[in-house]
Design a binder for this molecule. Sequence first.
Ligand SMILES: Cc1ncc(COP(=O)(O)O)c(C=O)c1O
Length: 400
Amino acid sequence: MAGAYGGLAKPVRDYYEEITARIESNPELFMRFHSGPLSADVRERIAGFIGAEADECVLVTNATMAVTTIMKNFMWHAEDVIITLGTSYTSINTTAQSLHDIHPHPSHRVFQLNFPTTHAEIITSFRTFIQSLAKTTPDSDQDVKSGPTTGTGKIVAIIDSICSLPGVLLPWQEMVKTCAEYGVWSVLDAAHSLGQEPNINLTESRPDFWFSNAHKWLVSKRACAVMYVPRRNQHIIKTVLPTAHIYPGTLVQQCEWTGTIDWGLYLSVGAALDFRQWIGGEEKIFAYCHDLALRGSTRVAEILGTRTLDETPNRELTLNMADVILPISSSVPGSPEVALALKKKMIIDRKVSASSHYHNGKWMVRCCAQIYNEMEDFEKLGRLYLEACQEIEEQFRTAT
Ligand SMILES: Cc1ncc(COP(=O)(O)O)c(C=O)c1O
């Protein structure tokens, strides 16, 4: 039930093995003549998938590479502000922190998110947060962010589309609109979106930057991600990382050769799209996984005697990942030692993969419904977590 690193579908794996054999049969021919047209075809297909143009989408190794590329390409000043979320993934926060740590020290502000909450509450509190930083009147010209819009410096917000832990869908389209209104750059960490979130249309929702892993939910070979930079913002990316053979050049030209790579990883995205069509198409995949996430997490909560994190009436926080509160009392600390012990008990001892974590004073487990999962997996997960939580309770309970 893996959201973290995905799981490779057999036909995609077969494709990867075939393409690897083809590359190895004549690497010189493949690298010099075939990799370009084949990857252009993949970009074209993935662009159609996310409502973008092919020359706005490039393939990179992973989400961390994408966010680093975007954030390191901004020209920073001491008055600038980088916003991350309380739920941001570790490497998003460390990227912001590292930029803050080097001269000229843009500041780093965190928008706190504590679940359970609702989309309406998030939209309102995010707006208030942005308003408090962006002191000037809203900027209605969404294409122009050339000058300071805060009265001081620029603001760049890195926003999750779907948070990692807990695995929660954010009202990111509304948050992007708020950013645009106040002249704040929106960088969308959509690491979990490709293959999980239905009907992505980036031309309509207009984030300033967007990136998503393809190996988590789209079932491509690990590691591959898509980075979207709309034409209006491509001037910001002066160099991709690592700096390419073609420099200066368009975004796509620069990504043609960023050093020798395993093209099989990137090309497996095409095989993943084929596989998804073959198995029933996006609508059916989403309907199956979403329904399983809702019912499966409810069942896990029943087995554990707890509740799901998302208790909104129509479970608006849930796509295909759903967190369930673990039966671990408040006398067990939310410490890294407990986190590691839980991981060992589940991944090593019980061979179960579902991320447990501590959020807002509670231990919880993120249940992911991938296309290869069934209700039985959720029931097993519940039973095994129940055992592990009892052990954790005995091992770590502190005297109160
Ligand atoms: C929300 C989010 N952002 C970024 C990342 C980083 O992805 P990667 O390790 O592929 O760079 C992850 C990884 O799980 C994630 O969940």
